[in-house]
Design a protein around this ligand. Structure first.
Ligand code: URA
Length: 482
């Protein structure tokens, strides 16, 4: 029997190195006992492996494994389940003879690992959403924000980068029973576990935090039942802004009814198109998947993925650049100042926004932190390319008759090349590719509403705004005749 002692309960690198070496030696899964420090993680390791393995003894070199397995393992390793290390090693051994094992979602071991990875990801999300900071004055007169949180899994270190990126310019501490994180504005340090009594008692937090936390009430995903599940009552007692909750629930209820109506319209459209009524469900699954997107680094400092919204049967799609500060906090596209400008122009052109699907080329907010402010930064070509996958999926599901690119980033994403707006606006263009791959269909290119907000001279601003509305009117006419 081999005993592997890992340094920490979330020691992915330690598990990976040991597992690779054992697999290269051909050690079967039920010959290994995994433990953290001196404590066995699974007293019944052999039994669990025997249950989970149908596979052969490991043989030969460890070989390379799929990205999917690595991603699943990185999350599953953080689970509090004491069998996790053994189960992952069992899967690694089986991958040697079944390289496509992770695609077999009916396999009990794969299902178990997927389940572990999912519950860990949910816990990571919960920590991001439900950590509640209170102000604690420091000796030098500065404020430290201190929060108490009780995770279900070993996710605290894995979540540290999110909080560092998100709250880079503030001092904060997150206390948990197993480990504490401290950020002084420059460096992150770890301390021992703490108790709830070590965190300050809760005076209501300042407005900036409330705004941030209100973002968890993402209207696109909140259902009251789901929220209660997502937010176990144990977290409620830590929330000084609980007063906001009933109001937010009430608002979300209304939006939920709106979504049901939208879903019904989409289902009618699905039946019409002969795609079996699955487009709405597929879109919801896609949006859910996008919540965990790590295709480029922009997910790290952003609060959340801002996915498209609107009827899945919409014949008209608008594509913007990327969410701004407000959109990032609230999880909805075009709701800040540029969104208000957009709404005004749409109304003037006679296009009801509720009839259109509105999304962005890039789904995470890219910004430069400046003190407490977050200043918009333009996405680069690599970020646009990384995010194109999502917009292609959205387009494959919706297959809009007409698509409008708002600004150069959207045009670049849709056309796959750099576009000069002045040259291309005011006429219909065919999108490259076929509808099966998110391409095809008619597109129009115009300016981004935030361009209009940046024009200092009132006369020129009015002129450009009128041109924008004129472009939208052309789109409306094109839609009527296409
Ligand atoms: N700008 C965009 O391009 N998209 C938004 O959602 C908001 C501002």
């Amino acid at each position: 029997m081999r005993v592997v002692a890992l340094a920490e309960p979330d020691d992915f690198d330690g598990w990976r190195d040991a597992a690779r070496a054992l697999a290269a030696e051909g050690v079967p899964a039920d010959d290994v006992v995994w433990q953290v420090g001196d404590a066995p993680t699974d007293l019944f390791a052999g039994e669990a492996n025997a249950r989970a393995t149908a596979g052969p003894p490991a043989a030969g070199a460890a070989g390379s494994v799929s990205r999917l397995f690595i991603d699943t393992a990185r999350s599953a390793v953080l689970a509090s389940d004491p069998e996790r290390f053994a189960l992952l090693y069992t899967a690694l051994v089986r991958l040697r003879t079944q390289p496509k094992l992770m695609d077999d979602h009916a396999d009990p071991l794969v299902r178990r690992l997927e389940g572990l990875a999912k519950t860990v990801r949910r816990d990571i999300h919960k920590m991001r959403a439900f950590v509640r900071f209170r102000e604690a004055p420091e000796e030098d007169g500065e404020t430290r924000y201190v929060a108490w949180f009780e995770p279900e899994h070993h996710i605290v270190r894995a979540n540290a980068a999110f909080f560092v990126n998100r709250f880079a310019s503030m001092r904060w501490s997150i206390l948990t029973p197993a480990v504490s994180l401290h950020w002084d504005g420059q460096a992150l340090s770890e301390g021992p576990g703490a108790s709830k009594a070590d965190a300050p008692e809760g005076d209501p937090i300042e407005a900036v935090w409330k705004t941030y936390y209100a973002s968890i009430f993402n209207p696109a995903r909140l259902k009251v039942g789901a929220m209660l599940k997502e937010m176990p009552r144990k977290y409620w007692k830590n929330m000084p802004e609980t007063a906001l909750v009933s109001e937010l629930i009430a608002g979300a209820r209304a939006r939920e009814l709106g979504m049901i109506e939208t879903a019904q319209t989409a289902q009618a459209a699905d039946t019409r198109d002969g795609i079996g009524g699955n487009a709405q469900a597929a879109w919801e699954a896609l949006r859910e998947e996008a919540r965990g997107c790590t295709r480029c680094h922009l997910y790290k400092p952003a609060t959340q993925t801002v996915f498209g919204e609107g009827p899945v049967g919409a014949p008209l799609m608008f594509v913007g650049e990327q969410p701004g500060d407000n959109e990032d906090l609230q999880g909805r596209p075009f709701i800040g100042p540029a969104g208000q400008m957009f709404d005004r122009a749409l109304a003037e052109a006679g296009i009801p926004r509720a009839d259109a699907y509105v999304t962005n080329a890039v789904k995470h907010f890219k910004f430069e932190p400046r003190g407490k402010r977050r200043i918009h930064a333009k996405p680069d070509a690599g970020e646009i390319d990384a995010c194109r996958w999502w917009i292609d999926q959205e387009r494959m599901l919706l297959r809009p008759k007409v698509t409008v690119a708002l600004g150069a980033t959207a045009a670049r994403s849709l056309m796959g090349r750099v576009v000069t707006i002045g040259k291309e606006r005011g006429r219909a263009i065919t999108l490259p590719g076929s509808t099966e791959t998110g391409g095809g269909g008619q597109a129009w290119i115009t300016v981004h509403p935030s361009f209009l907000l940046r024009i200092p001279e009132p006369d020129r601003a009015a002129e450009e705004y009128a041109r924008f509305v004129a472009d939208l009117r052309l789109v409306k006419d094109a839609l009527a005749t296409s």
